[in-house]
Design a protein around this ligand. Structure first.
Ligand code: MF3
Ligand code: CO
Length: 255
C-alpha cells in the first residue's frame, strides 16, 4: 500500500533529511587516506545521535540479508556497488567511495547517498560520478504530479544507458515514510507512462547506481551484504529522499 503523507509529515521528514545530509557531509569531510570505514561510521553515528535522531540502517534486517545490518552507514569501495559494511578497511588515495546513510527523526525516515573519490578523480571516475549524479537529477526532475513511476525510471535509465553504463536490476529506489522501505518500488530503468501515478504527498527515495563496465550483473560478497560488480569495474551511487508536491519535487535530504 502506498502511503500519502500530510504536509506536517513532510515538514518532519525534511528535518529528518537534514540530519542525514549533515551526517553525509561530516563523513565526506573526514574521508581521506588512512581513515577507516569504521571511523566514518562513528562520525555519522555521532551526528545522528547529537541531533536526537536514530540511525535507520543499524540492525535493519530485510529479507535478502543474512544478518541484521551492523552499521550506521553503508560504505562501498570501488567495485562494491551498495550495502558495503563499514569495516576496518583504511581508505587509499584514488578509492571511489559510495556512502549511504539514513535516520529516523520523530519516527520519520530519510535516506540519502553520495559518491566521491579519495583525492583527485581520474577522468573515468569523474565521468561515472558526473553521470550518476545527472541520472539522479533527471529522476528528480521527472518526479512531478501527473507523471508516473515509469517516467522517473525511464529518465534515470536513459542517462545511464546513453553513457554506456550498467544498471543492476533487483535494486533501486523506494517509497519512504515511517519505514525506510515502503511501496512503491522505483526502478532505475523503465517505460515512461507506466506504473503508480505521482501525487502530492508521495515521498520517494530515488537512487541510481551505475556500473562503469557497462554490464548489469553483480554478486553478494562473502559478508552476505556487500554487492560487487561481476566484472570488477567501479560503481557509483547517489540518492535523495524527494517529496512530490504541487509545487514540484522537494528534495528533503539537503543540509
Ligand atoms: N539506500 C539503501 C537502500 O534503500 C539503504 C540500505 S540500508 C541497509 O537499499 F541497511 F539495508 F543497508
Ligand atoms: Co534507499
Amino acid at each position: 500500500m502506498v502511503e500519502i503523507k500530510t504536509d506536517a509529515a513532510l515538514e518532519t521528514m525534511r528535518e529528518s533529511g537534514r540530519v542525514t545530509a549533515r551526517a553525509l557531509a561530516a563523513v565526506r569531510e573526514a574521508a581521506r587516506p588512512g581513515v577507516s570505514l569504521r571511523d566514518l561510521d562513528e562520525i555519522a553515528h555521532a551526528v545522528i545521535r547529537d541531533a536526537g535522531a536514530k540511525p535507520a540502517f543499524l540492525d535493519y534486517h530485510p529479507g535478502f540479508a543474512p544478518t541484521p545490518y551492523p552499521g550506521v552507514i553503508c560504505a562501498s569501495v570501488n567495485d562494491a556497488i551498495v550495502h558495503g559494511i563499514p569495516t576496518d578497511y583504511r581508505l587509499r588515495d584514488g578509492d571511489l567511495l559510495s556512502v549511504d546513510c539514513g535516520a529516523y527523526l520523530d519516527g520519520w525516515a530519510s535516506d540519502s547517498a553520495i559518491s566521491f573519490t579519495i583525492g583527485e578523480a581520474d577522468a573515468e571516475d569523474q565521468r561515472l560520478l558526473d553521470t550518476t549524479r545527472e541520472a539522479l537529477n533527471a529522476g528528480i526532475a521527472a518526479a512531478v504530479v501527473g507523471a508516473r513511476i515509469g517516467d522517473i525510471a525511464h529518465a534515470i535509465g536513459r542517462v545511464a544507458r546513453t553513457a554506456g553504463y550498467g544498471i543492476p536490476d533487483g535494486f533501486g529506489g523506494h517509497g519512504i515514510g515511517r519505514r525506510m522501505h515502503e511501496a512503491p518500488d522505483v526502478p532505475n530503468e523503465g517505460r515512461p507512462g507506466r506504473g503508480y501515478p505521482l501525487k502530492h504527498g508521495l515521498v520517494l527515495a530515488i537512487e541510481p547506481m551505475l556500473l562503469a563496465g557497462g554490464r548489469d550483473d553483480y554478486h553478494p560478497a562473502a559478508d552476505g551484504w556487500t554487492l560487487r560488480t561481476n566484472d570488477g569495474s567501479r560503481a557509483a551511487h547517489f540518492e535523495h529522499t524527494v517529496a512530490i508536491t504541487n509545487e514540484g519535487p522537494r528534495i528533503l535530504t539537503l543540509p
